[in-house]
Every structure is written in structure tokens, then in C-alpha cells.
Design a protein around this ligand. Structure first.
Ligand code: ADP
Ligand code: MN
Ligand code: MN
Length: 336
């Protein structure tokens, strides 16, 4: 019987790319062909020669449609087969290949915020909820908003076979987190984009918008980040490599800005030095320090091996970009 294949890709919207998808009916899942779309409607082409190619790179069961239906994550190519400029996955492929022997792995914590209309879910009409304090990992109707969506999203991520490893309610009402990892750079990033797709689609069924905005509510409310946990084989085996990696991220102000400028739109509004963040333009690292740019978890200091957490990436960061930058900077330093 014919199946439905949902082709998913990342568009060219600036400053933050968006997900797009469309459905193709196939005789079966044995052969998943390349496909095309109109790049002039997705900020991926100017008027005339606007055909762009969808090249399937990761196929999973479709947990929304069920049955034999599938999700097909794609890279966007030009018609001559070269990567389109918006295709950040192609850049990651090269860098991951170059430093493959260091066996980098990642866990990304995706924070996000539900909106109903123009207000975060749980914010009363025309007013504000009780200040932050009880919402993080909260239990009960006073604290928790949207759990039925979150639970359905988790089930769907598991059913799709994604490397999802946990969820929790976050510091602001209507704010949540899921974590993908620990797996290699391409897998964590592909799975993150598919998990984002499932999040938007699941929330859509409830008439709720899920947003990755870095600072969804102005004022004394936490922003939304995508803490990126990173290790190489050497870091998983010894502490010197942990320190080398931390130091490499702060060798110069250019290095600091190279990362921060590509860690997601509106990062200055989130990395203010308040709300468990470090100022965006000042690099620091420390053990157990949630006010540092990069945190060495206390267990890692005890064990003298493990991983580091870059706390700077915004919720709206492109995982293909943050993993590429971390591999490039840290693996280059570790190679010496
Ligand atoms: P916290 O909220 O305390 O920062 P989380 O439990 O939300 O921590 O996230 C920790 C992340 O670290 C998980 O996503 C996990 O996949 C990742 N992780 C664990 N071990 C490693 C490792 N050796 N290398 C890279 N990431 C790791
Ligand atoms: Mn977390
Ligand atoms: Mn964290």
C-alpha cells in the first residue's frame, strides 16, 4: 500500500531559519527519491531559476501519521548537486569528517516556550503570573502549563527513534526543555531538527505556538537557551583535555565573538549576566558555575574526566552551526 513521506527541510529565512515540509505519496519506503521545491517561496532563490533540490539524509517513522508513514529530513541542494548557501549541514559534514578521529559527542538541551495568542502559556490576560521560583521542574496546576503537549511530544520523539534523553519544566511558566544526546554531531543535529518539527506539529494540534525565541518575555524572566554539552574521547578520559577545550574557547576576543555571533539571533538580550547567564561579550569558564559561559559539571571535576557545557547558545541556534564551531575550535586545540 502507498505510504506518506513528509519531506522536511530548513529554509533560508533570516535571521532565524524556519522548518518547511510537504508530503509525497510513495509506493513504499524502499526507495526515497530526491525531490524539489520552489526556493523563491522560502528565501532560497530569487525569481527566475528557483528550483531547489531536497536530498534525503535521515528517515524515521512518522509518529504523527503512524503506520508505515515516514519523516524524511533533507539537505537543500542547488540543481547542480552542490549545497545551497543555507545548507549548514553540509559545512558540518566536512568539519566532522576532518576531526572524526577525536570522536566528538554532544548533548543539546533545547529550551522552548509555549504561546497562546500573544502571551506565554500560563501568563494571565493583562497581568503577570507569580514571579519565578516554583516553575522549574514544577508539579501541579499552579506551576505547570502545557504538560499534555509535552508528554505527547516526548512519546512521538521516542516513537520516531530520536536520541531524546529527557524533559523538564523550566524556570518561566510555559517554558520547557527536552534533551537530545549524547550522540555524534550530525545525529544530535538531525534529531534536534526532527524533534523541533514534532514539537511545532504537536503544539499545532492544541492551537498553541511553540517558540524558540531567546527572550520570549521581557523583564525579570529567564530567556531560552540551548546549552550544548560536548566531549571528545580525550575529554572523556582525562582532565587536561577538559581544560584545553575550555581555554580554547577564550583564546581571543575574536574567538569569543566568532562563537557568540553564530549562537542564535538576539543573543545580547539573553546573555545579560543575569538569569543564570554570563555577559555575551565576556568569556569565562568554571566548575559548577551556572553564571559562566562554559560550565564544568561538578561530577566531571570529581571524576577528572567527562564533558563541558557551553551555556551560551540560544534556543534558536542552528545545531549544525554550534556543533561545527565547537568541533572546529576545541578539536583544533586538542590536536596540538
Ligand atoms: P543540566 O540541566 O544540569 O545542564 P541536563 O541533564 O539537562 O543537564 O543535560 C545534560 C546533557 O549532557 C544531556 O543532554 C546529555 O546528553 C549530555 N551529556 C552527558 N554526557 C555527555 C558527554 N560525555 N559528552 C557530551 N554530552 C554529554
Ligand atoms: Mn537541563
Ligand atoms: Mn544545562
Amino acid at each position: 500500500m502507498a505510504i506518506k513521506a513528509e519531506y522536511i527541510w530548513i529554509d533560508g529565512t533570516k535571521p532565524t531559519a524556519k522548518l518547511r515540509s510537504k508530503t509525497r505519496v510513495l509506493p513504499n519506503a524502499d526507495k526515497i527519491p530526491t525531490w524539489g521545491f520552489d526556493g523563491s517561496s522560502t528565501n532560497q532563490a530569487e525569481g527566475h531559476a528557483s528550483d531547489r533540490v531536497l536530498d534525503p539524509v535521515r528517515v524515521t517513522p512518522d509518529p504523527i501519521r503512524g503506520g508505515d508513514n515516514i519523516l524524511v529530513l533533507c539537505e537543500v541542494l542547488e540543481t547542480d548537486g552542490t549545497p545551497h548557501v543555507s545548507n549548514t549541514r553540509a559545512l558540518l559534514r566536512e568539519v566532522a569528517e576532518k576531526y572524526a578521529s577525536q570522536e566528538s559527542i554532544f548533548g543539546i538541551e533545547q529550551e522552548y516556550t509555549f504561546f497562546k495568542g500573544s502571551r506565554p502559556l500560563g501568563f494571565p490576560e493583562g497581568g503577570f503570573p507569580a514571579p519565578q521560583g516554583g516553575y522549574y521542574c514544577g508539579v501541579g496546576a499552579e506551576e505547570v502549563f502545557g504538560r499534555e503537549i509535552v508528554e505527547l511530544h516526548l512519546d512521538r520523539c521516542i516513537d520516531a527513534g530520536l536520541a531524546i534523553c529527557g524533559i523538564n519544566a523550566e524556570v518561566m511558566p510555559g517554558q520547557w526543555e527536552f534533551q537530545i544526546g549524547p550522540v555524534d554531531a550530525l545525529t544530535v543535529s538531525d534529531d534536534m531538527w526532527i524533534a523541533r518539527y514534532l514539537l511545532y506539529r504537536t503544539a499545532e494540534e492544541f492551537g498553541i505556538d511553540a517558540t524558540l525565541d531567546a527572550k520570549p518575555a521581557r523583564g525579570d524572566w529567564n530567556g531560552a537557551g540551548a546549552h550544548t554539552n560536548f566531549s571528545t574521547k580525550a575529554m572523556r578520559e582525562g582532565y587536561d583535555a577538559i581544560i584545553t577545550a575550555c581555554e580554547s574557547l577564550g583564546t581571543s576576543q575574536e574567538k569569543v565573538l566568532e562563537h557568540v555571533n553564530q549562537y542564535g539571533h538576539d543573543i545580547q538580550s539573553r546573555l545579560t549576566g543575569k538569569h543564570e547567564t554570563a555577559p555575551w561579550n565576556v568569556y569565562s569558564y568554571g566548575v559548577s558555575d551556572r553564571g559562566a559561559s562554559v560550565r564544568i559539571p561538578w561530577q566531571v571535576e570529581v571524576d577528572k574526566k567527562g564533558y563541558i557545557e557551553d551555556r551560551r547558545p540560544n534556543a534558536n541556534v542552528d545545531p549544525y552551526v554550534v556543533t561545527r564551531l565547537l568541533i572546529n575550535t576545541c578539536c583544533e586545540a586538542l590536536e596540538k
